[in-house]
Design a protein around this ligand. Sequence first.
Ligand SMILES: C[S@@+](CC[C@H](N)C(=O)[O-])C[C@H]1O[C@@H](n2cnc3c(N)ncnc32)[C@H](O)[C@@H]1O
Length: 214
Amino acid sequence: MNISMRIVPKKIERYCRDNTTPESPVLRELVDETYAKTAFPQMQVGHLEGAFLRMLIRLIGAKRVLELGTFTGYSSLVMAEALPEDGKLITCDIDQQVTEIAKKYWSLSPHAKKIELKLGHALETLKTIEGPFDMVFIDADKGNYVNYWESCVPKTCSSGLLVADNVLWGGGVLDPEDETDRAILEFNRHVYNDERVEVVMLPIRDGLTLAWKF
Ligand SMILES: C[S@@+](CC[C@H](N)C(=O)[O-])C[C@H]1O[C@@H](n2cnc3c(N)ncnc32)[C@H](O)[C@@H]1O
């Protein structure tokens, strides 16, 4: 499945973006460098989804956040912007090179002190991280989404939120052709059948699942 396939028409998405609070200047610069220096810059959540994540942090009053999939640090920083002064976001990635860009831009933000990066395979890192977290954002390798889910649900507090990105995988879930299509399809069924959570799947960007833990 072509993951660049758009779920929401381009013009509608642009209109939504244009009516969303602008990105901070640091986030804008981070986007520019990501597009200039990385092969798949569209992996970052970007303005609209980023603003939505930041809004979720504010709405649930999150203080402790866990993220799987840092990349160049956009989603980490946009979420950190909404955390209180004593808030904390732990973010996990396996790629040292891309996270150097993340560190560079975080350091230009007053919110950098809230972010801690953990390098390594997220499944290994998760064994060393203790909850509870108010919100978990899953956005690392898609083949491990079910494993990440099973590791993260117990680390999420009651009334906390788990959020998973790319749950539509460019529409690949409707007519699965490859391994990643099937992995996301399996993940979506797994979450839907999990009685520990209440779920809503939204067609934001490439699909975003929100799961509220009872
Ligand atoms: C979609 S990107 C994350 C985008 C990021 N949330 C943002 O908005 O900029 C996925 C990231 O997962 C990382 N990743 C892939 N496999 C991983 C693994 N096994 N453990 C940890 N991170 C992994 C990749 O290096 C990549 O940076």
